[in-house]
Design a protein around this ligand. Structure first.
Ligand SMILES: [Zn+2]
Length: 419
């Protein structure tokens, strides 16, 4: 095989273009491969791919970053004539190795997308010598390719709706997951009825009727949409959120005790209470010996705070018990919480009572918290890695590629089924 044919294969342009020249810049560590598109592929609209009359030769030649060859950054270079599309007007002609408007080949973008779901930000940037801003747009395009022609909402019956904050809590995305597959099926920027309505638009009226269960966090804007779109579905509370309310109540009680200690100039006590934060936060079964000792200290020195902790732990337990035992405990729990005299816990009891039907549905369904919680944790990790992206779209794409049904394929390999 001739060297140029080998090179064409390596660059993914075999059968698409002819190699006209290769330049190697050792100082910059770059290889530039100049190619000429085959005649039958020329004069296509960059946006729709339709064969169109030529317009002009365009301005100069274009370059696309491709997969590295050895240690060298590698670029494809080709003419960039413009065509006149009846629908899209004057546009740059299509090239088969890259998306319209992209400065990277599809193979390169696929590699980036795969790495972004598997490695740290720093690893991706350093390995491929690319800044994180560019990665954002690349992931968005890769996600569109991976999900093109896929019906993400096929066969969904039981869904969970949640919101995730990004950019230090000022902005939100809505995420919808399929409880049966455990995968993320939809995400969009926003936290309002209109945005969520778009999910149900996409689902379509017929499929809305097939939704049997919906879990959410009890927010009004979600309830309103559900009432309108799938009124017959059983409404459930994500146990994750109920436990979170309880954890926040404990923290409120702890802060109260801490403030009291500070006001009373009990410096050591205030320090110890501050240190007890994570112990009170954690699930009882996960505590280390040392943390159990801290908890013992809370029990001996601060009865109300310890009660708040016990209330939280028992509320967690309710979601792990079989129906009847859960019911018994829930009734006792409500009585206990209403009578405990701790402001934060009484407020918690009111909240639980307000959402009692949905909580009972959750217990009845046996909705597992572990999976929801781990999805929530993973989405939060993705959000943290998405700092530096200018818009929510890369974050959404990254979430869909790592938690959705489709995974990005490595260049030159078949698309893997998600594990
Ligand atoms: Zn067009």
């Amino acid at each position: 095989m001739r060297f140029t044919n080998v090179l064409a294969r390596l660059l993914g342009v075999a059968g698409l273009a002819t190699i006209r020249g290769v330049a190697l810049d050792e100082v910059r560590g770059e290889i530039v491969v100049s190619v000429r598109l085959h005649r039958r592929l020329r004069s296509r609209c960059g946006r729709c791919g339709r064969k169109c009359p030529g317009y002009d030769p365009g301005v100069g030649r274009r370059r696309w970053r491709g997969l590295d060859l050895g240690c060298f950054k590698t670029f494809l270079e080709a003419d960039s004539p413009r065509v006149s599309c009846p629908e899209h007007g004057v546009v740059v002609a299509q090239v088969p190795w890259a998306e319209h408007g992209a400065r990277f080949t599809r193979s390169f973008e696929d590699l980036i997308a795969w790495l972004a779901t598997e490695c740290s930000k720093a690893a991706v940037s350093e390995l491929l010598r690319i800044d994180w801003h560019s990665v954002g747009a690349i992931i968005v395009r890769a996600c569109e390719r991976v999900y093109a022609g896929q019906d993400r909402l096929r066969g969904v019956r039981r869904i969970g709706i949640d919101e995730i904050s990004w950019r230090r809590g000022q902005r939100y995305i809505i995420v919808v997951l399929d409880h049966d597959s455990g995968r993320l099926i939809w995400a969009a920027a926003g936290r309002d009825e209109k945005t969520l309505g778009r999910f149900f638009d996409e689902l379509g009226e017929e499929r809305c009727k097939l939704i049997t269960h919906v879990s959410a966090d009890g927010a009004t804007w979600i309830s309103n949409v559900l009432k309108a779109r799938c009124p017959k579905a059983v409404r459930c509370m994500d146990p994750f959120h109920v436990v979170k309310w309880a954890t926040e109540a404990v923290d409120q009680a702890r802060r109260q005790a801490w403030n009291n200690a500070r006001r009373g100039k009990h410096k050591q006590l205030a320090r110890d209470l501050k240190g007890a934060r994570w112990v009170l936060w954690k699930g009882g079964e996960a505590l280390t010996a040392r943390q159990r000792a801290t908890l013992g200290w809370v029990e001996r020195t601060n009865r109300p705070l310890f009660t708040a902790y016990l209330l939280k732990e028992h509320l967690r337990l309710i979601f792990q018990l079989p129906w009847e035992a859960a019911m018994d405990l829930l009734i006792e729990w409500l009585q206990w919480a209403f009578d405990c005299g701790i402001e934060a816990c009484v407020e918690l009891a009111v909240k639980v009572a307000d959402h009692l039907d949905e909580i009972l549905n959750t217990i009845d369904w046996g909705l597992s918290n572990a999976r929801l919680e781990s999805m929530n944790t993973r989405l939060r990790l993705i959000t943290r890695r998405s700092f530096g992206f200018h818009s929510p779209q890369p974050l959404i794409a990254l979430a869909m590629l790592s938690q959705g049904a489709m995974r990005p394929a490595l260049p030159g390999r078949a698309l893997p089924a998600a594990a």
